[in-house]
Write a protein that binds this ligand. Sequence first.
Ligand code: PGA
Length: 268
Amino acid sequence: MLDDTINSSFVKEPRAMNNHFTYIANWKMNWSFQQTMAFAITHKNALISMSNTHTTIGLAASPLTLQSLAQLYNTTPIKIFAQDSAAQQPGAYTGDVAAAHLAAINCNGSLIGHSERRRYHHETNELVQAKMQQLLACNLLPVICIGETLEQRNKDETLVVLEQQLSNVFSCAAAQSEPTHNIIAYEPVWAIGTGLVPTIEQLIEVFSWLSKACASQPGTWTLLYGGSVTAANASTLKGIDQLGGFLIGGASLDFQEFEKIVKCQIVV
Ligand code: PGA
């Protein structure tokens, strides 16, 4: 069960139904504590003013910074996310960060299953499911990243891969005693940090499929796109009906670029 005070400003329906967008900056391992806080302090008021009933802003930052960010943005609409969280409860797991401990410092949720975690840390769909379970047990919002490699895309396996990745996610959602709110970020591996973006036709195919798949599951689902989102392509991407926002890597490190992505109008 999710605590509504934590998650009330997140979209509980696809964007097409309520015209709400969620923008999560994924700063990855780019910045030190000092660099992160300098950005967060300098742009605090601007980030707050970009948030409104149609716009939710989230920041996914290094674990070193989460407590300070959560304190800085306490009582503001800005949501603070970890970039990963543990598959287990607190205990003897050297180097991991427990969901319960993220909750204790007022984080709102965590990315899980990012392709960089799947690739460099060999994370499996089962592990991502266990992480999701831990987050939901702590009333935190899971942002589950899924996506196919270029090889899988070229072999026409995209939807099969997404279905496999989602199968564990849906099992986890179905196992909850109350319906939960979850975010799925569709990030084709080949689009992350490459400047390549799927065609609108490819995205329409994936997002129509995703929104139908999620509609038959318990809980509410917000669908984000991630992978080389920039100010130049955001307005076109925003035209995709089922899209509920973006997970933004490289472009989120430049405040002006991030602001343009958030503020640009939909072009259809
Ligand atoms: P990118 O990264 O915007 O730099 O492609 C997105 C992500 O990995 O979440």
